[in-house]
Design a binder for this molecule. Structure first.
Ligand code: CA
Length: 337
């Protein structure tokens, strides 16, 4: 992707006035897809204790239906036995029953309400214990992809990413994990952290659940990481629950959550991460690139301002209420099948 002369002049002007860390919204270099090519995505989730994971996977399928994304695999960082089946339920509803599903064999395992509804919907993966090891599946899939072509979007803790970095050469690749990531991954999108800083007393959930993994991945990842901590005030799910057909499992999961907490909508952290992973900054976001993230093993994170690094984090351009409408439109879109 090239940057035109006028763009370069504009970038130089912005740097003079000290705004170079804030990207030019809509500039082509920040877009992940164009009309001719789908973005290759691996979706990695801790689906189990929140419902925005289900919503995030749903809108990824809709963007795949539209030709904007190609889903290579769906991975659970959560090794609870109900999590991979919950992923399979959603993949099956959206017409992709045979999408590869991997599961962590080392990560945390909390689960609350997916098990209440998984058995009500078609699927054939009945336990996460029967899913292949996520790291082995990552290596198999990444090795077969063109160089620098894959975007991994992690909407849970970073366990699978840490285990992938630690992986050894195998039947799929002569590269170790770090080399394989460097060769094949275009960008890691991590829904995690509080930005710009997260005090220890209120570290963000996805980092604190596996603080050692967050610390390692943020320190050692050999490529770009986009951190997305946005979504708390992007409330979605109410239209989905009201309008979706009973065959759709995603509103069933949302309904379980809503009834438990006596609410009618939910924050959209994971859906924001997927929206960015597929569409890039688009008209929705800007990014802060002047600095670097450091995360401690307690799950706290700090942004050190300075020269641009391989770390960036996302900030709003579009108001949260408008983003919520964009996302809810995806959620109520029927599958193309
Ligand atoms: Ca999540």
């Amino acid at each position: 992707m090239t940057v035109g002369y006028i763009d370069l002049r504009l970038i130089m002007s912005l740097s003079v006035i000290g705004l170079v860390g804030l990207s030019l919204t809509g500039c082509q270099c920040c877009e992940h897809s164009d009309s001719s090519q789908a973005v290759s995505i691996i979706f990695d989730t801790d689906i189990g204790t929140d419902v925005d994971d289900a919503g995030a996977l749903a809108i990824l399928h809709i963007m795949a239906d539209r030709g904007e994304a190609k889903i290579l695999a769906t991975m659970s960082a959560n090794q609870n036995r109900w999590c991979a089946p919950a992923i399979d339920v959603i993949n099956t509803y959206y017409g992709r029953p045979d999408l590869p599903i991997g599961s962590s064999k080392t990560g945390p395992d909390p689960e609350e309400w997916y098990h209440d509804s998984v058995s009500d919907f078609p699927h054939d993966l009945t336990s996460g214990e029967n899913a292949p090891d996520a790291v082995t599946l990552y290596r198999k899939i990444l090795a077969a992809q063109p160089d620098k072509s894959v975007i991994i979007v992690v909407v849970g803790w970073l366990t699978n990413m840490a285990d992938l970095l630690d992986s050894e050469p195998d039947q799929y690749s002569r590269f170790n994990g770090k080399e394989l990531v460097e060769a094949k991954v275009k960008e890691l999108v991590s829904m995690g952290g509080k930005w710009p800083n997260s005090p220890k007393v209120e570290g963000e959930y996805n980092f604190t659940m596996d603080g050692a993994a967050a610390h390692k991945v943020i320190r050692d990842w050999p490529g770009k990481i986009m951190f997305t901590g946005l979504g708390k005030d992007v409330m979605t799910g109410s239209r989905l629950v009201a309008q979706a057909p009973k065959e759709n499992p995603v509103p069933a999961f949302y309904r379980n959550f809503f009834e438990r907490y006596k609410v009618s909508e939910r924050s959209s952290w994971d859906l924001i991460a997927v929206l960015y992973a597929v569409r890039g900054l688009s008209d929705y976001f800007d990014e802060i690139s002047s600095g670097k993230c450091v995360a401690k093993e307690d799950g706290s994170n700090q942004w050190i301002s300075g020269s641009p690094s391989n770390h960036v984090y996302l900030v709003y351009k579009m108001p949260p209420t408008e983003l919520a409408a964009v996302i809810e439109d995806f959620l109520v879109t029927p599958p193309r099948r």
